[in-house]
Design a protein around this ligand. Structure first.
Ligand code: ZN
Ligand code: ZN
Ligand code: ZN
Length: 288
């Protein structure tokens, strides 16, 4: 029986439609259910041990745990792993507090810096003080055996680190997956990425923006405020073999609401397909 990864969301931190936005994608998403996107997150389920894990706690967590629960048979995961302290990646922890779920010592894995952020700030500190979560720091280079078949490890990535540092996670069962939803730039990170991809079978990587101009055109905000490598840039780096996938299946995820890839009729999708990459889809299953 293989370990299963289920894609639980594929949008940037604010989801699609994004609150208060009238861009084409957000307008379409309000009208057409299939155009809506939950915030980027994945679930891991090991049928051999019946244990499940959630990577990133988003504000869409209630529906996402339902999706994970449909394959795991349990309403709650056995542990949560957090990538960083940007709102779409940890705010879902609030559902675990005494006003709502009141979980008992649910293990939450994150970096020591993220752990410090949770311990040092309300309302997160309440979750720890009330015993709802048990924060378990994992340093870069460490690994955690979540059960007899599933091991995970953090990988430091360059990202705007206002409140904590940022990591990607690799998830190793019979096969290995890399989950890398957020990074600022490939520059300086290429070797680390290429190394981890050598032994990986699939990867979900940052596809926040398709092109440099889209945030400016659709929202009047400059890309330098929220740096990410664009999908166009990333595809170019793979083409020039500066980035290599090691033969793994690579999917883009964490799409900003301005991203034309969210429009099923847009030809940006052909660029991704022609380059032999995929777009992560909600509910998608990958076997490890
Ligand atoms: Zn994000
Ligand atoms: Zn929008
Ligand atoms: Zn972020």
């Amino acid at each position: 029986m293989t370990v299963v990864v289920r894609v639980l969301g594929t949008a940037q931190d604010g989801g699609v439609p994004q609150i208060g936005c009238g861009c084409d994608n957000c307008t379409a998403a309000r009208l057409i259910r299939s155009r809506r996107r939950r915030v980027s997150s994945i679930g891991v389920f090991n049928p051999g041990t019946r244990r499940s894990y959630l990577i990133d706690a988003t504000m869409d967590m209630p529906g996402q745990l339902d999706m994970l629960g449909r394959i795991s048979g349990h309403p709650l995961p056995d542990a949560i792993l957090l990538t960083h302290a940007h709102i779409g990646h940890y705010a879902g922890l609030l559902y675990l507090g005494k006003e709502i779920l009141a979980t008992r010592k649910l293990p939450v894995y994150c970096t020591p810096s993220m752990a410090g952020f949770l311990r040092g700030n309300l309302p997160w500190r309440d979750l720890i003080d009330h015993g709802n979560i048990l924060v378990r720091p994992i340093a870069g280079g460490d690994r955690v055996e979540l059960d007899r078949d599933v091991t995970v490890g953090p990988l430091s990535v360059p990202h705007r680190n206002e409140h904590s540092d940022t990591v990607a996670y690799w998830v190793q069962a019979a096969k290995r997956l890399l989950y890398l939803p957020d990074l600022d730039r490939w520059d300086g990170f290429e070797d680390v990425f290429n190394d981890i991809m050598k032994g990986s079978d699939c990867a979900l990587i940052d596809g926040t923006f398709f092109s440099k101009g889209e945030l400016e055109e659709r929202r009047g905000r400059a890309l330098r405020e929220v740096p990410h490598p664009t999908v166009q840039e990333t595809l170019g780096l793979f083409q020039r073999r500066i980035l290599t996938d090691g033969g793994a299946d690579v999917y883009f995820t964490h799409f900003n609401h301005t991203n034309p890839l969210l429009d099923p009729g847009d030809d940006s999708r052909d660029r991704v397909r022609e380059a032999d990459f995929g777009l992560a889809g909600e509910g998608q299953i990958l076997h490890l």
